[in-house]
Unconditional design. Structure first.
Ligand code: HEC
Ligand code: HEC
Ligand code: HEC
Ligand code: HEC
Ligand code: HEC
Ligand code: HEC
Ligand code: HEC
Ligand code: HEC
Length: 333
């Protein structure tokens, strides 16, 4: 009981005093129009993120609400805030450039505003797989220090095997990462530190190439692929996370997209006409039909090609020159 009261007191002190908790650091006057985005940093890029934390300091008491916009569209209006001076939120971002704007509103108008640009880089886009000139990678855990005033920033002993997700110190800030239809075993248990090394530089970095991380548990599968005659470029390069989100997604096998869309992100413009064009000019279907070889799944590029490796040309499931084993793998003509 005593402890709870004490925590609440400290918390209130932090809320009103952040980031210069009076008493130990001199507190500069905060201009009424002073709004600052603490995270993410302007002119940086991140890798493949679905959402970013938008954390800002707003002028104390001088507003009715705070509005967060992404690429000109209002993402969220947060109200009321009382005398809280730090606003933390998480919002969806898109591959490519994202302009994140935050404004403090008073009487319907903005009394203060700030904006940052963050580029989301992805291997799944010919357009957005390279960051713009001058953009540095945003590595949050190597650069921030003022969040600890309210958040636990150091990994705890219990983070190795948390009994439930909310026991993980990562949960408060990253809870959305497993909010998906399909979640990968080790992420579902919030064993984040199985793959993210807390002693790595930069902090929480994973092994490179990423396949080394996957090999900790999927060594046999990867070894079997390596023995095959043909291996797919990105798989051979160890870029497993180009296609798989290591945490989870709304597609089976935690894919970043439906397989056909995944393939077409890199093989741009490729349709079913490389297989056969019918007399009516229509190409062979590549989606929207049941996959005869994988009951319960939808036909996709991966129905014929392995995304990883095979002993047949073009990573097909059978020899294409042998009509009977290839086309009749699905058809009876
Ligand atoms: C003044 C105290 C305070 C400071 C300083 C602070 N936060 Fe927060 N933050 C909070 C509170 C309170 C919550 C809500 C916690 C909850 O929902 O359980 C929160 C929630 C969050 C969330 C979760 C948001 C969501 O909706 O999923 C993230 C991410 C976050 N903070 C990141 C940060 C980062 C990064 C910093 C440093 C730049 C920071 N915070 C500094 C008080 C603070
Ligand atoms: C105070 C909130 C907070 C806590 C606690 C936190 N993170 Fe983060 N983390 C962030 C923010 C903010 C980013 C920047 C990207 C974003 O907005 O999602 C980030 C980014 C990352 C990244 C990408 C690399 C980087 O440094 O930008 C990894 C990996 C990561 N966090 C892992 C973890 C793990 C593992 C834990 C728990 C041991 C953890 N985080 C705890 C807020 C937090
Ligand atoms: C199976 C291994 C594995 C586990 C378990 C795992 N991660 Fe990751 N995580 C990765 C890899 C690999 C990357 C880098 C992906 C890349 O570079 O494309 C990554 C990237 C990230 C990023 C930055 C990109 C993004 O998606 O926003 C964050 C944040 C992150 N992890 C947080 C977490 C948290 C929190 C947990 C615990 C719930 C966790 N991870 C568990 C392998 C893992
Ligand atoms: C700590 C061990 C561990 C690591 C590291 C790990 N995985 Fe897994 N993975 C599992 C377990 C356990 C399962 C089976 C349970 C499940 O479905 O989540 C699994 C299942 C999978 C599946 C689905 C397999 C199927 O047949 O349904 C895929 C895809 C996958 N992992 C990809 C990856 C990728 C990509 C990486 C590297 C970024 C990786 N895994 C790293 C433990 C791990
Ligand atoms: C080009 C995209 C792509 C890349 C790169 C990729 N995968 Fe996959 N992966 C898929 C697709 C699509 C499926 C589901 C269809 C299938 O099983 O063929 C899948 C299925 C899987 C499965 C479950 C089924 C099986 O074959 O065992 C595992 C495990 C897996 N991938 C692990 C990995 C690992 C580990 C890597 C990196 C060495 C990797 N993947 C690289 C697209 C990819
Ligand atoms: C991250 C980008 C990327 C994704 C996603 C991707 N590929 Fe590829 N693919 C490549 C690269 C790079 C090559 C090697 C190019 C070359 O050697 O001509 C390649 C080669 C191939 C080849 C062999 C081409 C040849 O001429 O030998 C086939 C077949 C193929 N991919 C099919 C697929 C299928 C099916 C998918 C979806 C499951 C897919 N790819 C997803 C990048 C990608
Ligand atoms: C019904 C089976 C089937 C489906 C579905 C399929 N392919 Fe193919 N693919 C083939 C066959 C057969 C070949 C060999 C064609 C040849 O030798 O001309 C091939 C060849 C390829 C090649 C190498 C030759 C070239 O034309 O560049 C690539 C790359 C490729 N496919 C990508 C894809 C992608 C991407 C998709 C999905 C959009 C897809 N395939 C869907 C059967 C299929
Ligand atoms: C992975 C399975 C698969 C393979 C392999 C495959 N197809 Fe198909 N094909 C389909 C599916 C599914 C349809 C759509 C059937 C439907 O709508 O009921 C289709 C449709 C067709 C049709 C239109 C007539 C029909 O049955 O509806 C023709 C013609 C065709 N395929 C020819 C071929 C030829 C030639 C090959 C070998 C080069 C081939 N297919 C390989 C799955 C496959």
């Amino acid at each position: 009981m005593k402890r709870i009261a004490f925590c609440a007191l400290v918390f209130v002190a932090l809320l009103t005093g952040f980031p210069f908790a009076s008493g130990f650091i001199e507190r500069p006057a905060l201009a009424a129009d002073n709004i600052k985005i603490l995270s993410p940093a302007d002119g940086t890029f991140v890798e493949e993120a679905q959402s970013l934390a938008v954390v800002c300091r707003v002028p104390k008491g001088a507003f009715d609400a705070v509005q967060i916009s992404i690429n000109g569209k209002v993402a969220k209006t947060i109200t009321p805030l009382g005398d809280k001076v730090v606003v933390c939120d998480r919002d969806a971002v898109q591959p490519g450039m994202n302009r994140i704007a935050v404004s403090a509103l008073k009487g319907g108008g903005a009394v203060a505003a700030a904006e940052v640009s963050v580029f989301v880089r992805t291997a799944l886009s010919v357009q957005y797989n390279v960051e713009p000139d001058g953009y540095k990678q945003y590595l949050f855990h190597d650069s921030r220090s003022d969040c600890f005033l309210c958040h636990k920033m150091e990994p705890a002993k219990s983070d190795d095997y948390p009994a439930k997700p909310s026991d993980s110190s990562c949960y408060v800030c990253h809870k959305g990462i497993t909010a998906h239809k399909y979640v990968h075993g080790p992420a579902a248990t919030w064993g984040c530190l199985t793959c993210h090394n807390k002693n790595a530089k930069p902090m929480y970095a994973v092994a490179s190439p990423v396949s080394q991380t996957c090999a900790m548990c999927h060594q046999d599968t990867i070894d079997a692929w390596k023995k095959m005659k043909y291996m797919h470029g990105p798989t051979a390069m160890g870029m497993c996370t180009a296609c798989h989100d290591p945490h989870g997604s709304d597609w089976q096998y935690w894919l970043r997209k439906f397989p056909t869309d995944l393939c077409q992100s890199c093989h741009v413009g490729m349709t079913g006409d490389h297989i056969i064009t019918f007399f009516n000019g229509q190409p062979h279907p590549i989606r929207g039909r049941p996959d005869p070889r994988h009951p319960g799944q939808e036909l996709s590029c991966a129905s014929c090609h392995s995304p990883h490796a095979s002993n047949f040309h073009y990573m097909l499931f059978a020899d294409y020159n042998d009509y009977r084993s290839f086309c009749t793998g699905c058809h009876r003509f």
